[in-house]
Ligand binder design. Sequence first.
Ligand SMILES: Cc1cc2nc3c(=O)[nH]c(=O)nc-3n(C[C@H](O)[C@H](O)[C@H](O)COP(=O)(O)OP(=O)(O)OC[C@H]3O[C@@H](n4cnc5c(N)ncnc54)[C@H](O)[C@@H]3O)c2cc1C
Length: 469
Amino acid sequence: MDKYSFIMNSINSKRSSEKLALKLSSLLGESRVLVDLDILEQFSTDKSHCEGVMPDLAVRVKSESEIVSVLQLASQFNVPVVARGAGTGKSGGAIPVKGGVVLDLTLMNDLLEVDRENLLAVVQPGIVTGQMQSMLAADGLFYPPDPNSLESCTIGGNVAHNAGGPRAFKYGVTREYVMGVRAVLMGGDIVCPGKRTVKGVAGYDVTSLMVGSEGTLGVFSQITLKLIREPKIVSTLLVPMPDEESAGKAVSQIVAAGMVPSVLEFMDSFIVDVLRSKGVSGVDRATGALILAEVDGDDEASVERLTLRLADICESVGAREILMARHGGEREKLWAARRLMSDAVADTAKHKVSEDIVVPRSAAPELLTGLKRLSQKYHVRLASYGHAGDGNYHVNVLWDDDEFNVSPVVEDVFRLTLSLHGTITGEHGIGLAKRPYLSLEQAPSLIALQQNIKRVLDPRGLLNPGKIF
Ligand SMILES: Cc1cc2nc3c(=O)[nH]c(=O)nc-3n(C[C@H](O)[C@H](O)[C@H](O)COP(=O)(O)OP(=O)(O)OC[C@H]3O[C@@H](n4cnc5c(N)ncnc54)[C@H](O)[C@@H]3O)c2cc1C
């Protein structure tokens, strides 16, 4: 496209957005159509390092019929739309790249129904995950997926990214709990894939396709979630290990023994140093890596047995002075290291990029050795922590030089991961951040198939354009 056509296109799209803003203001009221630049700026970022552009407007919807109106009108005016929950995403998924509308779903935050007999809940997409979990827990019900951002992220964002978290090792990720969704397609049609029954195989599994679709196929207006009973007893262990190798051995022996703790988290030597400097308890000079584990269940004796067995395995490969806790406040103290970590690591450098790769669990030692090699090759700090039970590691690249080009490091981390039969993202999605790297993992035919699916649902590519592919 030449410069003149580009400018004319931009002017035309701004005009279309202005007309859309006027229409939506008369329909929803001016207070819910935001055009103030200060506010729009907030909608142009998320918790990734990605840069997008400002939307032309943001719309705060309160109901499914309002989502339908926005997607109908935006289609008519040929204006792109980006659905947005809390904006905690780490791959740039909720950031506009072509202006247009940001559809803010945070006002749709009701827990609509709890079916105690059939163990399910129906929720609106903007409910904050942690708040929903607390409401359900008051009834003894449990929605296990627990992204570390759960105090702020929304269930709609979790479904769009198929969010995981520390408990995924035992309980699985978001996908395992989504029984069905109501989704509004670009243009305003509503589809309702899914069921309220435990089994059901009618037609293609469109619910699964929608989970993890990163806001590119439809906008969730309602989500039906599977629940389980809350485990009565939880026991937490913070295990100081002498080095990363022994931590790796402990993890693989726990997994090989067929034990299924609900949490099995790993923190490397760099992170241990950072935590030690912050005075975190359990992190003394002899600690070279940390494991945080949790065992849960309803039966006192079996939780106790599993906890002791897990501690035995860790001790047999070098752990000392394992800290254990059973009750709320005490357990929270052991989690302090894990919760503090992300910010504490970020504070050690001017720049940080965080990747969320996954390798087969048995490949963890090769991954950690390979990362050390990359750290030396590029003269950067690499700090790794993660859901060791799943083989899902958050690899943080840290550097201070403003001129440093981090892309080759990131690409080498992905190439290392793929050489170990892993995947480039376990939780955060492709979004904008990993878009250049999808073709390292997936063949052109598989990418083309997904693009064709996208075209069927959104022929003009107006819903969250520029993401994934
Ligand atoms: C400190 C921190 C810790 C984190 N820990 C974890 C973790 O442990 N595990 C994990 O998986 N992630 C984690 N994340 C990443 C992030 O919180 C998750 O990806 C979360 O699911 C995003 O939810 P959100 O409401 O913020 O979505 P947003 O960032 O607003 O949006 C994310 C994507 O979802 C789409 N979307 C949002 N709502 C809808 C909807 N109703 N319909 C269709 N599409 C929609 C958007 O278009 C976008 O593509 C963490 C982030 C932070 C900042």
